[in-house]
Design a protein. Sequence first.
Length: 509
Amino acid sequence: MEGFLSNVGLGLSTALSPVSLLFCVIGVTVGMGVGVLPGIGPLAAISLALPLTYYVDPTSALIMLAGIFYGAQYGGSTASILLNLPGTATSAVTCLDGYPMAQKGQAALALLVTAINSFAGCSFAILLVMGFAPAIAEAALAFGSAEYFSVMILGLVAASTLSVGSPLKGLAMVVFGIALGLCGTDVNTGYFRYTFGILELSDGLSLIAVAMGLFGVAEILANIGTGAAPALAARDLSFRAMLPTKAEWKQIWAPTARGAVIGSFIGALPGTGPGIASFMAYAFEKRIAKDPSRFGKGALEGISAPEAANNASVQAAFIPTLSLGIPGDAVMAVLMGAMMLHGIIPGPSFIAEQPAMFWGLVMSFWVGNLVLLVLNIPLIGLWVRLLAIPYRLLYPAILVFICIGVYSASNNVFDIWVVLVFGLIGYVMRQFSYPAAPVLLGFILGPLLEEHFRRALLLSRGHLTVFAERPISAVFLGLTLMLLVLSFTPMLRRRFRRARAAAAAAPED
């Protein structure tokens, strides 16, 4: 205990130094702004800020880059709630219930709840990083390719239950997303596949372009010609009006806790990421809800759980990166690269060799999240006023921001065409009640799913039984099967009842 307290004191002395505080505030502020603007994302912002870190000490550089990462998760929910436009791909699931709340005049409440839940999820994950980083990292080493494949299958099947209507439609959209993810260069052979002779598709479809098209452009097309934005009364923008009632607090706390646990677990696994965590948290809340029909119509649980999971997974993602040297996603890979540029190699000996950097970074998480909470709450009134802008002025501006954000991510005009194509696809999907969120998760996990499937078969010399022989993998596959049964049983019962009723109503010969 004494050693732990001394480490915390060392971290506080590092994080609260004037230079570290300055770079922490800069990082989280830039991250929040990047999250609010649709299409840019933390990866582009960190990549642009990376050259600036050459001129500062490694600890301050890492604190700033990390602040951009988790700050973007706070800001990403703003556009999702107000405009049905995910600021980051990981906040796409927040659109499902956040945007309906904004349409009902509860935008301020939704934004406040997301800020609180983001802070709660981060706090839980930071406590795990402080107390259990080495132990969690060691447990994560038990996951091989078979386990990763199984947990991703579970996440994809869970995503198929996100749709309000038929689970078959949700499952079909997951498969569609996986198919989209197969486009590009084969990792093992280097051959182009499903590129149809288009050179720009050799690196696959842009995640940002697909997300902006399915959610942003599709929303604009669906609302062209509709009435003005919902009217906002003055009381809607007061702080008291934003606060949840006692009944709403009761709805929020349990999903927040569950989301934080799910997010921390998923984030601590190398190669996963916040997108999977938020989708799984949402699917779990919908599965255990007494009235699942409320989801997709403005349920508080629908934003509480995924926001807590999203932010918890971002903080927990530092566990495998720092203690194992295994980045969880592309953003963590860039952060790890920044450390290596300064001659610091993350790995099992990192915490012991660089205690000031590790504990300074961890304690800066507390500082950064407090700053984000203080920054977000006063800005809620400003963000909500966006809804008062007439649609005829708002939507062209959104399209401009989408195009700028998508183009700036890779400096490729082709991605703008991808946005427009997927905007049309998303619009058609909306007309026929096909959900967009499972497509996005399938697209994210498709390449990873294939990679771990092929690697597991390679290690087992082609035996499919490897997925059932390994205990952790078998547990996840069992949960997947149970989830499929629970999802399709009600639908089969309804069809059986209809068939029996039709047979009973038919005239006898």
